[in-house]
Write a protein that binds this ligand. Structure first.
Ligand code: CA
Length: 228
């Protein structure tokens, strides 16, 4: 937990530990980043947006930039009216958010959902190949030809979702719900931003993801005819 409200930390610590989780907490962004690098690597990070030193957005960006923490799910804690910050949060790789004031019960459900999703992905340990693209679901790694494309947890989930549903149109709303795990009230622009970045990272294999203007995205049915 990276959060500067001591009372909130105490309440969350109490409830998380009662559910069997171990917690570590920091009151500033910089202290949180140091803590996240320590063993064991956290299974999830609860990140407040408004911190006394650096913003939660910057913390999230740095978590994503570090090899050790780039796959760790990040749940943002935001205040009402921080809509823009939430959007930016997703753009820098946050996985979900809750709006303050939230009930402890709601937060616990979100944390569990986040960890379940992560575990399901880890359990689904197999390699998938499509044209120039190769994915290792267990290791969360992707290669285009023989070059690794370094993806965030969210980008990897987006790519896997599109690939597994190839040939079928996915609306932005559907992707928001299934990949981000939230109702589609964040704005579908978030999806566009992520797809754009994913395509860039995939280079030549980016063209497997087709845009259906005004509708959403579709992963090509077949890789034939796209070999470079
Ligand atoms: Ca705060």
């Amino acid at each position: 937990m990276i959060e500067d409200e001591r009372d909130l930390i105490a309440a969350l610590e109490y409830n998380l530990e009662r559910e069997g989780y171990q917690t570590r907490s920091a009151l500033t962004g910089r202290a949180g980043l140091e803590l996240a690098e320590q063993e064991p690597v956290p299974d999830a990070v609860l990140l407040d947006l408004m911190l006394p030193d650096i913003s939660g957005i910057e913390v999230c960006r740095q978590l994503r930039a570090s090899k050790r923490t780039q796959q760790v799910p990040v749940l943002m804690l935001t205040a009402k009216g921080e809509e823009i910050d939430r959007v930016v949060g997703f753009e820098v790789g946050a996985d979900d958010y809750v709006v303050k004031p939230f009930s402890v019960r709601e937060l616990m459900l979100r944390v569990k959902a986040l960890l379940r999703r992560q575990q399901r992905e880890e359990a689904d340990d197999k390699e998938v190949a499509f044209g120039r693209l190769r994915l290792d679901s267990g290791g969360h790694r992707a290669w285009v030809d023989d070059r690794e494309a370094v993806l965030t947890a969210l980008e990897f989930r987006l790519l896997t979702t599109l690939l597994l549903r190839r040939g079928r149109v996915q609306t932005r709303e559907r992707l928001l719900q299934d990949v981000w795990g939230i109702e589609a009230d964040v704005t579908t622009r978030t999806v566009d931003t992520h797809v754009k970045r994913l395509r860039q990272k995939l280079g030549g294999a980016g063209e497997y993801i087709e845009t259906l203007r005004g509708v959403g995205y579709r992963f090509r049915e077949s890789a034939a005819g796209t070999e470079a």
